[in-house]
Design a protein around this ligand. Structure first.
Ligand code: CMP
Length: 139
């Protein structure tokens, strides 16, 4: 696929949400190594979603293509039915499947009604690649 031709869509968000997303990305072991411009672009392109308590956000073993930042509420992470942890506002999840090109490593379920920000694989990869291309052309 020609990721350079994927057009990025940005979504309006409050200053509070912009800051929460940036802090969440910088708090994540994988995302924090990105360039500042990439962090800002990912933040701009994240789209709002909400789900009700009990909904499954991510199913272990599925082909995953969305990275999330939790804005409100709590989710639970389980693996083969065993609880790994709960995650609250200001955290990234769902990043491993895209970063490692693997299936979802765990199930994520909403413990409360939740508000999330989401970015899908084409958008995420385009942001990664565009900056890579810009960098490359500087040499
Ligand atoms: P991903 O594998 O894409 O989808 C499931 C997500 O659950 C995963 O990305 C991580 O964000 C999260 N996750 C997996 N294992 C753990 C863990 N041990 N502790 C916290 N979060 C996890």
């Amino acid at each position: 696929t020609q990721l350079t031709h994927v057009s990025l869509t940005s979504y309006c968000k409050s200053q509070e949400s912009r800051e929460l997303i940036q802090r969440a990305l910088l708090d994540n072991d994988f995302m924090k190594h990105l360039e500042h411009g990439q962090i800002l672009t990912i933040m701009d392109c994240m789209c709002p979603t909400s789900l009700s308590r009990g909904c499954c956000v991510i199913q272990e073993g599925d082909d995953g293509s969305t990275v999330y930042v939790l804005e409100e509420g709590m989710v639970e992470v389980t693996k083969q039915g065993k609880k790994l942890c709960s995650i609250g506002p200001g955290k990234v999840f769902g990043e491993l499947a895209i970063l490692y090109n693997c299936t979802r490593t765990a199930t994520v379920t909403a413990l409360t009604d939740i508000k999330l920000w989401a970015i899908d694989r084409p958008g995420f990869q385009t942001i990664m690649m565009r900056t890579g291309l810009i960098k490359h052309s500087q040499y």
